[in-house]
Write a protein that binds this ligand. Structure first.
Ligand code: SF4
Ligand code: SF4
Length: 373
């Protein structure tokens, strides 16, 4: 976000609400951080000044707790259980319905979502990287998913640099954070008295232009840059930077898969919170009168028994094979599909796993033993 420092503006802290008000005036439904059930989630901002201040999120394997930020900043929390994923790839939605007309013929019709313009304030760099991966899956040339495309093109993304990574964050090692570099409409870096603000799109530039910001000073830009570097250096978890495809795929019978299966509950929490997972199931719900039926899609997980069920048998009958499927798809075969790993380093699967399973530990155990053997 600092590639063109001459274009950076400075948004005084008291003017954050003006940015929200501007987006609301432009017709956006504005979503920003709020607290629900002890966690930060993205929820509709009823008023421009509804973003809470002074929250931090303490995270560890199987642990997430909100604490107070002594500096009373707006974005001192690293992330919550949600990314942007549910706003573009809906957890459940109808795709099409079929009706029987009076002559008994079946009529199929697409059900497209009615999506408002939505602005999200507080998107993190890892979330932007994950959204790019979701785009690669759902917006493939010639096979774009109409439901995803409809929501995606109505998003306005206000990204925020992470200055306080959680103990579970590993985006520096995956190359996806903590400073947003691409994919945003506006990016902010929070300082003590305001925000260095840059536009990443024509839409974002128009909004910032209307706010009449003064240019950011060189000192403000350097401070923001440094806090991004410090946040990267503060991360204690990491994945190896090399492509793990061969290391993992050559160890499909490694004993560590059995060991992790004794701890994994196959609950699928890791999949639900992972911003890059895109598997889904499809169901048909016929009306009781037999005159119509609705075809829906719902998020699914490779940890569910039905996910591995093929005709006549289950290709992943146990937790060992399901955890292995998740990790090897995410970190190994994802390279074949998308030219990179499927992990953007958000750390959510570590914090929200009730068993505290940490993919960085699993990879270390698998690959260390690889190189030793
Ligand atoms: S695998 Fe875990 S750390 Fe990586 S993107 Fe998914 S939830 Fe985040
Ligand atoms: S790794 Fe953790 S979150 Fe994922 S299915 Fe197993 S117990 Fe659940």
């Amino acid at each position: 976000m600092f590639s063109r420092p001459e274009d950076a503006g400075f948004l005084p802290v008291a003017q954050l609400a003006s940015l929200v008000a501007k987006l609301i005036a432009l017709g956006y439904r504005c979503l920003g951080p709020g607290v629900e059930q002890g966690a930060i989630v993205m929820r509709e901002l009823d008023t421009p000044d509804a973003i809470p201040r002074g929250l931090q999120a303490e995270q560890a394997p199987g642990r997430y707790r909100l604490t107070r930020d002594p500096h009373n900043r707006y974005f001192a929390w690293a992330n919550g259980p949600q990314a942007i994923k549910p706003l573009a790839f809906a957890p459940t939605e109808s795709l099409w319905r079929v009706e029987r007309d009076t002559a008994g013929a079946l009529r199929f019709c697409a059900v497209l979502p009615e999506t408002p313009l939505q602005a999200i304030i507080g998107v993190r760099a890892c979330d932007l990287a994950a959204l790019a991966l979701q785009d690669a899956h759902f917006l493939r040339e010639g096979r774009a998913d109409a439901h995803y495309a409809e929501r995606r093109e109505r998003l306005f993304l206000v990204a925020v640099q992470c200055a306080e990574p959680a103990a579970t964050c590993l985006c520096a090692s995956t190359g996806d954070g903590p400073t947003p570099t691409t994919g945003y409409d506006i990016a902010l870096a929070e300082l003590a008295d305001g925000f260095v603000a840059v536009a990443g799109s024509a839409k974002g530039a128009a909004v910032l232009n209307d706010l009449n910001l003064s240019p950011a000073t060189l000192q403000q830009i350097e401070t923001a840059q440094k806090q991004g570097e410090d946040a990267a250096a503060a991360q204690t978890r990491s994945l190896p930077s090399r492509n793990l495809r061969d290391a993992l795929m050559s160890r499909l019978e490694h004993p560590r898969w059995d060991e992790v299966a004794t701890r994994c509950l196959a609950c699928g929490n890791c999949v639900a919170v992972c911003p890059t997972c895109f598997c889904h199931a499809e169901t048909d719900e016929p009306a009781l009168d037999g005159q119509s039926s609705e075809h829906a899609r719902i998020w699914d997980s490779c940890f569910g028994e039905a996910h591995g069920h093929l005709h006549g048998f289950n290709v992943r009958p146990d937790i060992r094979s399901r955890y292995r499927q998740w990790l090897t798809h995410k970190l190994a075969t994802w390279h074949d599909q998308f030219g990179r790993s499927g992990c953007v380093g958000c750390g959510r699967c570590i914090a929200w796993c009730p068993a505290g399973i940490d993919l960085t530990e699993e990879v270390a155990a698998l690959t260390d033993q690889c190189s030793a053997s």
